[in-house]
Design a protein around this ligand. Sequence first.
Ligand SMILES: C[S@@+](CC[C@H](N)C(=O)[O-])C[C@H]1O[C@@H](n2cnc3c(N)ncnc32)[C@H](O)[C@@H]1O
Length: 178
Amino acid sequence: MKDIYVLRLGHRPARDKRVTTHVILVARAFGAKGVYIEGKDEKMIKSISKVIDSWGGSSYFLVKEIENGKNIVNEWKEKGGTVIHLTMYGININDLQDKLDKIKYPLLIIAGAEKVEGWYYRNVDYNIAIGNQPHSEVAALAIFLDRIYKGRELYMEFGDAKIKILPQNVGKKVIRNG
Ligand SMILES: C[S@@+](CC[C@H](N)C(=O)[O-])C[C@H]1O[C@@H](n2cnc3c(N)ncnc32)[C@H](O)[C@@H]1O
């Protein structure tokens, strides 16, 4: 698994609870090692911890509330990693694949909720569009991570999972551990 983290900007508990939850679930399921959430939402963190506890990742997957995303970006630059911002205004990902294959890790992926401040556009290494149409941070993150891993993340297993799915064409089969 690569050294990849997500920075979720501008989380507003009343409006963004569901979408931020999905950002975290996608980050975990598609091969990131954690999510920094700009904002406070104790209830959401509790419910996501339960999912991680059952499905695995609690030993390494970080979910951390932070006050200011800029500090994380600066921290990333100090340690020589790469920072990318997902935005419909950026360069189409199809035109950046060669560069993505050579980026320096750790990688920080920024996904917004409300309008993202200009500072981020100017201070990241790449502003990347998953197509130049407005859609969703959840879709953008999933497609971006899939391009990084080229589909391999879909076979990822979590060693500490208490529940595991046995894939079926019809029906549901799960193994429960402990
Ligand atoms: C509700 S959208 C806000 C759209 C915003 N005006 C923008 O700059 O993309 C919330 C987040 O979804 C992501 N997003 C939406 N469309 C995207 C696209 N086409 N490519 C990459 N990210 C996108 C961005 O991270 C954005 O901050």
